[in-house]
Write a protein that binds this ligand. Structure first.
Ligand code: 13P
Ligand code: SF4
Length: 366
């Protein structure tokens, strides 16, 4: 499907725009009840508040992958998250199950920073430089095609909640790893495992070249030059402001933030870790949170006994996660109810075969 067709397919019928919130909530509730166990709605922590109440499961990327792998019952999986998550769910579920993304424009700018053609151009160059010493490892925030390449070459996927464990395993398999597409998660994880920054190189996919000043033999980690456009908005200056104005605040950030920010924070971890750590903290504690704005807003609502702020007061939500709203959810559910198929996410068989190797390796190691 080309871009124009995608956009046309997503032109919402006018009637959804004229419905009130109350009418939409009533319809979604009614259809959910009618479809029963035939419908499953997994929802990522970054989803909008108007969608979250309809989730059958809410979680971080690892939890959502594990949940998708377990659910063999629901014929329809309506994924409230972004495209790579729906692809992952499709690959981990049976051929009879149908995964739908309520709005096809819900992509991930970080996943889009690693294109399979860039990777197939990079790989032979890296083999020439380093020989057969590299294990590819990809963050789950990547396309199915990237996961497939990684799986075919003996590598694995990781998420922010299992990265330390999996990267540690990867470094036991080969002399060095090639970490895609998030340089920050890769750098933060490798550093935590004791690898100095001087032993990490950058792969520039636009120039198709390695950026590294050191001796090639010392290079243990090659980081794809990708990043999350949401988490790059948390800065050292934000941390300094919190330390100055709220000296009792603990700062917790997502590892997609830069190494400087993660190093200066008190703690870092996946969305699940952030949610759990704050909800388990003592009443009266103070927190500055460096992650996506919808989630920070929800943590604030769910913890009225604590003082919680966003690390960056001018933070915006992830705009692609935000594409999934109540009208799109309702439109999708009504299509299912009418026996129509819109926005199915289907990964082809060959891609799935190898991508599953990478995903299953991760699930076994987690
Ligand atoms: P986690 O929920 O795994 O921490 O991932 C965050 C994220 O950026 C998802 O796109
Ligand atoms: Fe992608 Fe960042 Fe949005 Fe997560 S928060 S979906 S990594 S752009």
């Amino acid at each position: 499907m080309n871009l124009l067709e995608t956009v046309e397919q997503d032109t919402m019928p006018a009637r959804y725009k004229s419905m009130t919130q109350t009418e939409m909530i009533a319809r979604v509730t009614e259809i959910k009840a009618q479809l029963g166990d035939n419908l499953f709605i997994p929802c990522h922590h970054y989803q909008k508040d108007e969608v979250v109440p309809f989730a059958d499961a809410i979680g971080d990327s690892l939890q959502l992958a594990q949940i998708a792998a377990k659910n063999k019952k629901a014929k329809h999986i309506v994924f409230c998250g972004v495209h790579f998550m729906a692809e992952t769910a499709d690959m981990l579920t049976t051929n009879e199950q149908i995964v739908t993304l309520p709005d096809m424009r819900a992509g991930c700018s970080m996943a889009d920073m690693a294109d399979i053609h860039q990777l197939t151009n990079a790989w032979p160059k890296l083999q020439t430089l380093f020989g057969d010493t590299i294990l590819p490892v990809t963050y789950i925030n990547s396309t199915a095609a990237i996961k497939s390449f990684v799986g075919e070459h003996g590598g694995t996927t990781v998420t922010s909640s299992n990265a330390t464990k999996i990267v540690s395993w990867a470094l036991e398999q080969k002399e060095r790893i090639f970490f895609l597409p998030d340089q920050h998660l890769g750098r933060n994880t490798a550093f935590e495992l004791g690898i100095p920054l001087e032993h990490m190189a950058i792969w520039n996919p636009i120039k198709n070249e390695l950026e590294y000043d050191g001796n090639l033999a010392d290079c243990k980690v090659i980081l794809w030059k990708g990043y999350c456009s949401v988490h790059q908005h948390f800065t050292v200056k934000n941390i300094e402001n919190i330390r100055k104005n709220h000296p009792n605040m603990r700062i917790i950030v997502h590892p997609e933030c830069t190494h400087e920010v993660v190093s200066l924070a008190d703690d870092s971890g996946s969305t699940k870790k952030i949610v759990t750590e704050i909800s388990n903290a003592a009443p009266g504690t103070e927190w500055a949170v460096g992650t996506e704005a919808n989630l920070v807003g929800r943590i604030i609502q769910e913890n009225p006994d604590k003082k919680i702020v966003s690390l960056n007061p001018f933070m915006c939500p992830c705009m692609t996660m935000n594409r999934i709203d109540l009208p799109h959810l309702l439109w999708t559910l009504e299509a299912i109810q009418n026996g129509e198929q819109r926005n199915q996410i289907k990964v082809d068989e060959q891609t799935t075969t190898f991508a599953l190797k990478a995903l299953e390796r991760m699930l076994q190691l987690s």
